[in-house]
Ligand binder design. Structure first.
Ligand SMILES: C[S@@+](CC[C@H](N)C(=O)[O-])C[C@H]1O[C@@H](n2cnc3c(N)ncnc32)[C@H](O)[C@@H]1O
Length: 217
């Protein structure tokens, strides 16, 4: 959630603009998303992902939560010409918009856009993927974890966005609004699990609304 950063003032300003802006069509798509209120990854998360991707050069990436395709395009921009992103969204309007944006960027042949509920699609995939990015269905991240670990390369990364929930994630459940209770409970269960699991190495990064980074041990 780019509108609820935990870091304020000049530091946030630098994270959002000091690291540089996306240029050309990608920058245009970022501005269109902001103007339309589509919750795409914030600049600091996008820059982190590109830095990671330039370093590890993933070939196959899986994403849950395409929206208008901004994060998929950010990832592909830092992948080689043979890189491929498989991305899932259940919302037709978002997928149509994403398809248009992939055409604008000339990356249609590097994207597989899957329609439907991630909980139904993930078990059908075989992978493997070098990176998996979860950015939708926050209450289901914990349920997705077994499939994600099955699909991930042994030295791959699982990145999970929007963990902090605007800084409310560690508040007492009693203070959480009814509509957010399931997300609050399941995200806390996810954190308890990944930081105790002997087969996982995880780190919580204060980028945007919190990015959880997991790799198998
Ligand atoms: C935060 S937006 C994704 C933003 C995108 N990753 C970006 O940064 O450009 C979340 C998207 O996830 C999709 N979504 C939410 N729950 C889902 C589910 N259970 N299965 C598939 N897609 C889902 C929504 O339709 C929405 O488009």
């Amino acid at each position: 959630m780019m509108h609820r950063p935990l870091i304020e003032g000049r530091t946030l300003n630098y994270l959002r603009s000091g690291q540089g802006f996306f240029e050309g069509t990608l920058g245009q798509i970022e501005r269109e998303a902001t103007a339309a209120g589509v919750p795409v990854i914030p600049a600091e998360t996008a820059h982190f992902m590109q830095t990671l991707f330039y370093g590890i050069q993933p070939e196959q990436v899986l994403e849950v939560g395409t929206a208008i395709g901004f994060s998929a395009a950010v990832m592909l921009a830092a992948m080689g010409p043979t890189g491929h992103v498989t991305t899932i969204d259940r919302f037709d309007v978002m997928r149509e918009h994403a398809q248009t944006n992939f055409k604008r960027l000339g990356i249609t042949n590097q994207v597989t856009l899957m329609a439907g509920e991630a909980a139904e699609i993930l078990p059908t995939l075989t992978g493997p993927y070098d990176v998996i990015f979860l950015d939708g269905a926050k209450a289901k991240y914990l349920d997705f974890l077994p499939d994600c670990l099955r699909l991930l390369q042994p030295h791959g990364y699982l990145l999970i966005d929007d963990i902090f929930q605007g800084g409310t994630i560690f508040n007492s459940p009693k203070t959480i609004k009814h509509r957010n209770k399931a997300i609050h409970r399941k995200l806390n269960q996810l954190l308890d699990h990944v930081f105790r699991a002997p087969n996982l190495q995880a780190s919580l990064l204060p980028l945007g609304d919190g990015l959880l980074m997991i790799t198998p041990r």
